[in-house]
Ligand binder design. Structure first.
Ligand code: SF4
Length: 686
């Protein structure tokens, strides 16, 4: 347990769980975290922390930490020194590169690491290995949001700030359960609803706590976001509720768009989505008529076969109704991990460089700063790298802080790809499932409690992360490991830095919209980009006068394609997967903290009526089988679910829920369809 009275020193830093980015103070004594308290005047959390922030910080001192480099030998893992580990990795990377070319290698950055770590990860791929094969876990969560926002609005990030929560009159919460996944944002929304300061429309199959407080709850069938949003747009146009003035000034292609949604009557969508047509009308009217209205969306929107198009449909609605570019209005992807926004934004994305700048647009500036030409061949994203690994074309992978084996969909297929690699190097705090099962080399990284740097939260705010503890054992910050590895490969030039700040200063040279974000300023408090020079106060609301690519943008006509993952007599239930309040993704960190005791295993959730019909009771073990595999886990009765629907978390390696999930992917960015999985259900005999 925590003993804050023992703290000898308090260090201000940022919570390393979700993308809300709460600031906290870590009380330390004898190189242990003994206390955690919120920063009272923090702009994000204003003195609050959720259970993960308060009780989940023990991961750094967990006995599960691996504190030396390790090589896998024939008889198992063998601890070694840094020299031996780095020599082995360097030798094998160079050999693969010589034999099969630079594009036979790939690198994955980490949403749990700092911006500086991720910038150097992307630089390692492009500058040292010579490939654009670099990506991060944004691929499996909000890559659809970034693509949709970038394509339609010119900037792939939230358009508003958390402070708009207190300025808005209406929340449109789509496919998100912030009470569990972004709890401090959820609490701020809930407070506004309870005070009667705002209303809410909630689009979610489950009757979440926010749905209970909403004016309209659209409990749609998983996988049917697009017809619902197309029908809302149809109602707005059919009833003349669109913002003519905003459209005249900023929006093109109204007529073509109107034609594209004409057939999407609420009745047609209602039959597909399983909601009342009148509720769709009510939601459309409320959104169009209540000003300002603020949209938050989550993975219920993006982890779909049409995830990118779903987010585009939300953007279309905001453009139609003029709900963007002003305080209290806008679109906000609730980013899952603490630095997933930063990881992709620092260039851990095959198509873009630091600052989210497309390679061709940023090539000249980056080549000038790096002093070396960037590769010409396009890179592969995470899912494409796995496909290429399965086909024997990608042969070596360096993975930082990302448990692929547990979190990728359709484990059987993903594991085939990981098994085929000639070299898998994992850089992490623990021997996670990926390392334990598949890695050849393990490199011990230090945790974010042990290093300096910055994180970027979901509202584009860059905040300082400060070391509260010394690195444990032989662990090193990721950026130092990458610098040392580059040197071993004879390509250390441009990869050696004295400090995280020195890396950040290089980031500011290649990213004009971040040039004003100096450590000197960030040390006084986080700032939101764009922030172009030292006098720029940062930007709270994007697109007030112009979009990222110009004053005007176009509405995007969209077609609905039903998911191929359908229920039938053999697989009659629809399962969605997601997180819960007490654990975090692969539970690498939360499972190594006091949180583990609060929710030690995954559960399969269903409503009481279904449980009764099947003769099942709470806690009973059930076997869930999809067309790809099966998993066993205890049953939990959850009143938020509708009859016929199932929900399960995916944190526990003993359950390995992703054996069930589907290989179906979003067509724009290849994000997997975690939210739609047809299954059968049976009781496991006692
Ligand atoms: Fe950490 Fe997110 Fe909880 Fe804030 S809301 S304390 S950032 S997990």
């Amino acid at each position: 347990g925590l003993q804050p009275e023992r703290a000898e020193h308090w260090t201000r830093s940022v919570c390393s769980y979700c993308g809300v980015g709460c600031e906290l103070e870590l009380g330390t004594a004898d190189e242990q975290v003994v206390g955690v308290r919120p920063v009272l005047d923090a702009p994000v959390n204003k003195g609050h922390l959720c259970v993960k922030g308060r009780y989940g910080q023990g991961f750094a001192q967990s006995s599960r930490r691996v504190l030396t480099p390790m090589l896998r030998r024939e008889d198992g893992w063998q601890a070694c020194c840094w020299d031996e580990a780095l020599d082995e990795v360097a030798r094998r990377l160079l050999a693969l590169q010589a034999a099969h070319g630079a594009d036979s290698l790939g690198v994955l950055g980490s949403a749990r690491a700092t911006n500086e770590d991720n910038y150097l990860t992307a630089k390692f791929a492009r500058h040292v290995l010579g490939t654009h094969n670099v990506d991060c876990c944004a691929r499996v969560c909000h890559a659809p949001s970034a693509a949709a926002l970038k394509t339609l609005l010119g900037t792939g990030a939230a358009t508003s700030s958390y402070d708009d929560i207190e300025r808005t009159r209406l929340f449109l919460v789509a496919g998100a359960n912030p009470n569990e996944n972004h709890p401090v944002v959820g609490a701020r929304i809930r407070q506004q609803l309870r005070r009667g300061a705002a209303q809410a429309i909630v689009i979610d199959p489950r009757r979440t706590e926010l749905a209970e407080l909403a004016t309209v709850h659209l409990a749609l069938r998983p996988g049917t976001n697009l017809p619902l949003l197309l029908a809302m747009a149809q109602v707005v146009l059919a009833e003349g509720l669109h913002d003519r003035d905003f459209i005249a000034r900023r929006v093109d292609e109204l007529e073509a768009f109107a034609v594209s949604v004409r057939e999407w009557t609420p009745e047609r969508a209602a039959a597909i989505c399983g909601v009342e047509a009148e509720a769709i009308r009510q939601a459309a009217r409320l959104y169009a008529n209540t000003r300002p209205a603020l949209c938050f969306h989550g993975l219920g929107m993006t982890e779909q076969g049409q995830g990118t198009e779903g987010v585009m449909a939300l953007i279309n609605l905001a453009l139609l109704c003029g709900q963007i570019g002003q305080p209290g209005a806008g679109l906000n992807p609730l980013r899952g991990q603490n630095n997933v926004q930063g990881s992709a934004h620092m260039g851990c994305e095959p198509g873009s460089l630091a600052g989210g700048i497309a390679i061709e647009a940023g090539r000249a500036r980056t080549e000038q700063v790096w002093g070396r030409a960037l590769p010409q061949r396009p890179g592969l994203n995470l899912m494409q790298m796995l496909d290429a690994a399965e086909a024997g074309r990608v042969r070596g992978l360096l993975v930082l802080g990302y448990d692929l084996a547990l979190s990728l969909p359709d484990s059987q297929r993903s594991w085939q790809a990981l098994k085929r690699l000639d070299l898998l190097v994992v850089q992490d705090l623990y021997l996670n499932e990926t390392a334990a099962r598949f890695a050849d080399v393990f490199l011990p990284a230090c945790s974010t409690l042990e290093k300096d740097g910055t994180f970027m939260n979901a509202e584009r705010r860059v905040q300082r992360v400060r070391a509260a503890l010394r690195p444990r054992g032989q662990s090193l910050p990721d950026w130092q490991i990458l610098g040392a590895l580059a040197a071993r490969m004879g390509r250390g030039e441009g990869m050696q830095f004295e400090s995280a700040e020195a890396i950040w200063d290089e980031v500011r040279q290649v990213w004009p919209d971040g040039a004003g974000l100096s450590y000197a300023r960030l040390d006084r408090g986080g700032l939101q980009w764009p922030c172009r020079d030292e006098d720029d106060p940062g930007t709270r609301v994007l697109h007030a006068e112009r979009f990222g690519h110009g004053v005007r943008t176009s509405l995007r006509p969209l077609d609905y394609r039903p998911s191929p993952e359908v229920c039938d007599a053999d697989y009659p239930w629809l399962l969605s997967t997601g997180r819960n309040l007490y654990q975090f993704n692969a539970a690498t960190m939360s499972g190594a903290s006091a949180l583990q005791a609060l929710r030690p295993t995954d559960t399969l959730d269903l409503c009481a009526a279904d449980a009764e019909r099947l003769g099942l009771r709470e806690g009973q073990r059930v076997r869930v089988r999809s067309r790809r595999g099966s998993a066993e886990l205890p049953l939990r009765i959850d009143a938020r679910l509708q009859p016929g629907q199932l929900f399960a978390t995916f944190h526990d390696p003993a359950v390995l829920l992703n054996r069930l999930t589907s290989s179906e992917r979003d067509r724009w960015v290849h994000a997997p369809e975690y939210k739609v999985c047809a299954v059968q259900l049976e009781r496991v005999p006692d």
